[in-house]
Design a protein around this ligand. Structure first.
Ligand SMILES: Cc1ncc(C[n+]2csc(CCOP(=O)(O)OP(=O)(O)O)c2C)c(N)n1
Length: 339
């Protein structure tokens, strides 16, 4: 089992302003989840499933960071990071976790179902692999309308074993749909390692080669490499050249979900990943470039903490959805029970 370590390219692929925005976004995602975990565990303020993204932040921030505002993003249930990277506010995210009407899904989605149409963030999907054919549908709609938008579709390596995923890859390749498939290989699907569930562990061999899709396997914890690779894929998609498959090697620090103590992996393995924390590594890289100093990093941390505390206050003061919301936004005609 190999674990990705950060080795950002010698030559920056972004300017200082962009790099600092990305650093702050990664910090924001990390802090958002740290505080949400406390609210879940100690405050009993959050219910339902809750999957943390800690450790994987560069994958979302680096890739979504190169999109245009009118592009689309779709992902699975481990969605907090993707939503925040796409510009969903911490307030709207926190309120969603607390089940409040001011949440990004009006308090009816919860952790696994963040959604924000205005930001082109199409969820948050809980059934493993279910959104991957949806991404092909989004790509088809883009092409049908003659637009040059793209859709990034994130999923875990466990989803690669779903049959419909392969049907979707085939159609996306056949019709040259503008979809960028990013598989976040964090080595485990719940408690099962990739090597125990897949006869072939090189994901590009399974996700790209059979369908004629260009595929690369990269260190997903290297934010600038993530951005560079995605930018090339976006370029191809906009030019009508079809999908790209990117395997982003990464690692999740927490258990599969908040109720998973993660007994299937050694403490040493987790500790070694945390020691190479990609956020700290990126901070150091930016320091070496002379783009930020420790004082500014500390100030950034403080402003992130404040933003998250404000989001919690906002969520706590918000109202739960009204009773009639139960019958709104459902896919069948509204059913209103008679007295
Ligand atoms: C169709 C389906 N089967 C099983 C599950 C239960 N389940 C939830 S998450 C998960 C593991 C998925 O792992 P992976 O795709 O690698 O994503 P990660 O959790 O690592 O981000 C499983 C089996 C489910 N939600 N949907």
């Amino acid at each position: 089992m190999t674990m990705a370590t950060v080795q950002t390219e010698a030559k920056p692929i972004v300017n200082r302003t962009q790099a600092l925005v990305w650093l702050r976004q990664m910090m924001l995602i990390r802090r958002f989840e740290e505080r949400a975990e406390m609210l879940y565990q100690k405050g009993n303020k959050i219910g339902g499933f809750f999957h943390q993204y800690s450790g994987q932040e560069p994958v979302a921030v680096g890739s979504i960071g190169v999109l245009r505002e009118d592009d689309y993003v779709i992902t699975a249930y481990r969605d907090h990071g993707h939503a925040l990277a796409r510009g969903v506010s911490a307030k709207a995210g926190m309120a969603e976790l607390l089940g409040k009407v001011t949440g990004c899904s009006q308090g009816k989605g919860g952790s696994m179902h963040f959604f924000d149409l205005e930001k082109g963030f199409l969820g948050g999907h809980a059934i493993v692999g279910s959104h991957i054919p949806l991404a092909a549908g989004v790509g088809f709609a883009i092409k049908y309308r003659g637009e040059d938008r793209v859709c990034i579709c994130f999923f875990g390596e466990g989803a690669m074993n779903q049959g419909s995923v392969h049907e979707a890859f085939n159609m996306a390749a056949l019709w040259k749909l503008p979809v960028i498939y990013i598989v976040e290989n964090n080595l485990y699907a719940m408690g099962t390692s990739l090597a125990r569930s897949s006869a072939v562990t090189d994901l590009t061999l399974r996700g790209a080669v059979p369908y004629g899709i260009p595929g690369v396997s990269i260190n997903g914890n290297d934010i600038e490499l993530m951005a560079k690779t995605t930018r090339e894929a976006v370029h191809r998609a906009r030019a009508g050249e079809g999908p790209t498959f990117i395997e982003a090697q990464t690692y999740r620090y927490k258990g599969h979900s908040i109720s998973d103590p993660g007994k299937y992996r050694l403490k040493d393995e987790v500790d070694s990943a945390v020691r190479n924390d990609p956020i700290v590594v990126y901070q150091n890289i930016l320091k070496q470039r002379g783009w930020i100093d420790q004082e500014a990093i500390d100030r950034m941390h403080e402003s992130v903490k404040q933003e998250i505390e404000e989001s919690i206050a906002f969520a706590e003061q918000s109202e739960p959805p009204p009773l009639e919301a139960l019958y709104q936004d459902i896919t069948v005609a509204p059913y209103i029970p008679q007295e």
